[in-house]
Design a protein around this ligand. Structure first.
Ligand code: ATP
Length: 357
């Protein structure tokens, strides 16, 4: 089922929580709403499910207007961060619950319910826990059961609000891969709310980056990461260092370093910030003007990558090198490195000036 959201606005009193949201979730895709705390992700999800009303705008499911439909008619399954399973029911009964409370005419037979629950237990790989009670499960197991429960009624749309938010980093990572596989197998249209960039980049077909009630950018993980449209998206998607420079005569200037801009455009003279990610640096070649030439302050080797912090004037600059390359340099704290960027994202007042690819 595809979801279309048109011109959606929501206020809480005088606070404008969602600003003219336009969104299209293609059928069968997993789309993440990614953004900092308070940007409106949960509010948007609650409006899609029908738990909250928008002031303005339209929601279409497969082209049908559901804006004024009741939550029950929307056939949406959801899993929240703290999804309370029924404590007095075992795992089997928890998963079966949604089916057992259907109106008689729609309720499957006992045998059918049993078969469905067994199938779902297999899917979430917890068949051995059918008779366990929620307090006997780990946090990760509970969320897997919560997902099985949401899927039991065969929802047309699955909404996941920070489903792994309360779990530790290792379990989160495992469940991410697991969610990706389950989604791939079932193909139910899903919207995942997260504030974790890595999670969004790893599991989503598409990412919607939100900030202050607005959509900043929508695209695949690759597009959002490689072609951020503004400074907010660039900074939000992972570590970057920012350098205040100037545009003059079609080049971005930073100290004595110059980066040529796209000649198709006539660039006005203005200040502009260049953003560079840790792995987007390389050593300056002999005779080449370095963008930064600074002493190493910290060295931290993690497997295939070595992370360095350079003290560049008052600014710390983060660099990631392949450990094999770093080893050749015989780096110690205090060694000086002369570096140039491989890639740089240049913005002026949050507007895109140039990508350097
Ligand atoms: P988080 O990641 O922290 O859950 P979020 O992006 O999901 O944040 P929302 O919960 O959608 O953010 O909240 C968006 C904004 O709307 C916040 O500033 C919040 O305080 C405000 N807000 C949400 N619900 C209400 C409400 N019922 N009444 C008043 N303000 C609200």
């Amino acid at each position: 089922m595809s979801i279309t959201i048109k011109n959606l606005n929501k206020h809480f009193g005088s606070f404008h929580a969602l600003k003219n949201i336009q969104l299209n979730v293609p059928s069968g895709k997993l789309v993440s709403l990614l953004g900092p705390s308070g940007c409106g992700k949960t509010t948007l999800l609650r409006i899609i499910v029908g738990l909250e009303n928008a002031d303005e705008g339209q929601i279409l499911f497969d082209g049908q207007d559901v804006t004024h439909k009741h939550v029950r008619e929307r056939k949406v399954g959801f899993v929240f961060q703290h999804y309370a399973l029924f404590r007095h029911m075992n795992v089997f009964d928890n998963i079966a619950f949604g089916l057992t409370v259907l109106p008689k005419a729609e309720r499957p037979s006992k045998e059918k319910i049993r078969a469905k629950v067994e199938e779902l237990l297999k899917l979430v790989q917890l068949s051995h826990l059918a008779n366990a009670y929620p307090h006997q499960l780990s946090g990760g197991q509970r969320q897997r059961i919560a997902l099985a429960r949401a899927l039991a009624v065969e929802p047309k749309l699955l909404l996941l609000d920070e489903p792994f938010g309360a779990l530790d980093a290792k379990v989160r990572k495992e469940l991410r891969t697991w969610l990706r596989d389950i989604h791939h197998n079932l193909g139910v249209t899903s919207i995942l709310v997260t504030h974790d960039q890595e999670e969004a980049l790893e599991v989503s077909d598409e990412i919607v980056v939100m900030n202050h009630g607005k959509i900043e950018q929508t695209g695949t993980a690759e597009t959002i990461y490689r072609r951020p449209e503004n400074a907010f998206v660039t900074e939000f998607l992972g570590e970057t260092d920012a350098f205040e420079g100037r545009i003059e005569k079609g080049e971005w200037h930073y100290g004595g370093y110059r980066w040529p801009l796209d000649t198709q455009y006539k660039w006005q003279e203005q200040t502009a910030t260049g953003y560079i990610r840790p792995h987007e640096w390389q050593l300056a070649e002999a005779g080449q003007t370095a963008m930064i030439d600074a002493p190493v302050q910290k060295i931290h080797a993690v497997g295939a990558l070595t992370h360095l912090v350079l003290q560049h004037g008052k600014q710390e600059v983060h660099i990631s090198l392949a450990s094999s390359d770093a080893a050749k340099l015989n780096l110690t704290v205090g060694s000086t490195l002369a570096l140039v960027p491989k890639q740089i994202y240049i913005f002026s007042q949050n507007e895109l000036i140039d990508y350097a690819i």
